[in-house]
Design a protein around this ligand. Structure first.
Ligand code: HEM
Length: 450
């Protein structure tokens, strides 16, 4: 691969774990302690991870949308919460960031419950939180987002296109023909970790660590298992220690580089970060750029295979590719939800939300809202309003990496098209068992030509 040649590190890298994967650790934990499996009693508690693993979430959300824009779920393993399921209500709530806070001090942006001091004392553990700018309100959010935003402007993204195209082409050219292989590992993970390694100036030979850390950091079910706290925290500290060596190296550079670490070092809004905040923002960029794009790259293959008429259209009319990217994001929704916490009693679509209530925005439902999208369960790459999907969120926190993700996805479809590559699902399809990251663990495929 002609991308980054390994160079001897100027600063010795720390010893870090590379296994077990978060998935194996969680599986082993539940096998040993089946009584700890999360129990869901409310029929509309859509935090149950089975419905995503088994791909059976569509009917329950359809039923909820038919009954209203949002619903109070009085009990769940993550505590009581509002399930916001309508497209309109999610946009409304995201447009009011003062009333609906993202702050980690209230519990941040996932459905996970924030234990109070008494609960922590009872469990005998310290408070472990990672402040990151996705989980901050204004004005702090504004300064930190501004630091990394220049990496994602239209001009900056255009400059990355040639490199992305070359790397994508190389990965596609190496794919086996006439045999079944796992698209997730061989293509989706390879391309997304490669991209992140480039954004961070991360050692190329260690790039799979980014996937390992991202999986450990982004799993909400794992985050709810107290017995895995120590391991999880230890792995994140190793990640921070590793990045610390890169940080030190970059401070030695004569000219500031334009990788994300150098940008943080030279930003007044970010260079005074506490170790926790440094770790938090790394997790944000790693999870933000990793699981999401990776799962859309797998979603592309799955969706085109499931809707052969649309695959034919893509093969015949490559000019539809940019819109196909939007439509696949609408259907796939790599992050099923984001969460807010209400800061003052307020009314939303006839329901009173109280200060302190947890408000979970189910993008996965909004993107199937029949009031916005005709025939929403059908992939339609000519859909005129596909861009109205909420897979990137909405408002002040809307995904800062959206343009980069769109570019990587467009280039993947274009380079597959150039090679007249048709990818068939030809074996196991295993989905992620989680209510936050939504996607594929395994997607066995075979390639033919059109
Ligand atoms: C298909 C790919 C992606 C999807 C679906 C996605 C989705 C999201 C969503 C839903 C949010 C929260 C929006 C909200 O609260 O309204 C978000 C925020 C964010 N994403 Fe992405 N993302 C993707 C790719 C990326 C990439 C490639 C990066 C960077 C390398 C990235 C970095 C971020 C960051 C830093 C934030 C926080 C923005 C803020 O709080 O202002 N994302 N993303």
């Amino acid at each position: 691969m002609a991308t980054i040649a390994p160079t001897p590190p100027a600063v010795q890298r720390p010893q870090v774990r590379r296994e077990p994967s978060s998935y194996d650790a969680l599986k082993a934990h539940f096998a040993a302690h089946p009584e700890e499996r999360l129990r869901h009693s409310h029929p509309w508690d859509v935090s149950r991870s089975e419905i995503y693993a088994e791909d059976t979430w569509q009917p329950v959300f359809a039923e909820m949308r038919a009954a209203g824009q949002l619903h109070w779920i009085p009990e769940s393993p993550f505590g009581p919460y509002w399930a916001v399921v309508g497209h309109k209500a999610i946009q409304h709530i995201e447009a009011l960031p003062e009333t609906f806070s993202s702050s980690w001090e209230h519990g941040g942006i996932t459905i996970l419950e924030r234990p109070d001091d008494a609960q922590l004392a009872e469990m005998g553990v310290e408070r472990r939180e990672l402040p990151m700018f996705i989980a901050m309100d204004r004005p702090q959010h504004t300064g930190q987002r501004r630091t990394v935003a220049p990496k994602f402007t239209p001009t900056a993204i255009t400059e990355m296109e040639a490199e992305i195209r070359q790397r994508t082409g190389e990965v596609l050219d190496r794919l086996p023909r006439g045999e079944v292989f796992d698209w997730v590992d061989t293509v989706s993970i390879e391309l997304t970790t490669g991209m992140l390694a480039i954004l961070f100036g991360f050692p190329w030979e260690d790039r799979r660590l980014l996937t390992f850390w991202s999986d450990w950091a982004g799993d909400t079910e794992l985050g709810a298992v107290r017995a895995l706290d120590e391991t999880r925290w230890g792995i994140l500290q190793e990640m921070a220690a590793y990045f610390q060596t890169l940080w030190i190296e970059r401070t030695m550079d004569k000219e500031p580089g334009n990788d994300l670490i150098s940008m943080m070092i030279h930003s007044p809004a970010m260079n005074q970060m506490s170790p926790e905040e440094f770790m938090g923002n790394l997790v944000l960029l790693i999870v933000g750029g990793n699981d999401t794009t990776r799962n859309t790259m797998s979603g592309i293959i799955h969706a085109l295979d499931k809707f052969p008429d649309q695959r034919k259209l893509y093969e015949e009319r490559p000019e539809l590719i940019p819109n196909a990217v939007q439509e696949i994001l609408r259907m796939q929704v790599p992050l099923a939800h984001m969460r807010r916490t209400c800061t003052e009693d307020t009314e939303v679509f006839g329901q009173t939300i109280k200060a302190g209530d947890k408000v979970v925005l189910w993008y996965i439902s909004a993107n199937r809202d029949g009031e916005v999208f005709d025939n929403p369960d059908k992939l339609d790459i000519t859909r005129e309003n596909a861009r109205r999907h909420l897979a990137f969120g909405y408002g002040i926190h809307r995904c800062v990496g959206a343009r980069l993700a769109e570019l990587q996805l467009r280039v993947l479809l274009e380079e597959m098209h150039k090679r007249r590559m048709r990818v068939h699902v030809a074996g196991d399809v295993e989905r992620v068992r989680a209510n936050f990251v939504h996607g594929f663990r395994k997607l066995e495929v075979e390639i033919t030509t059109f």
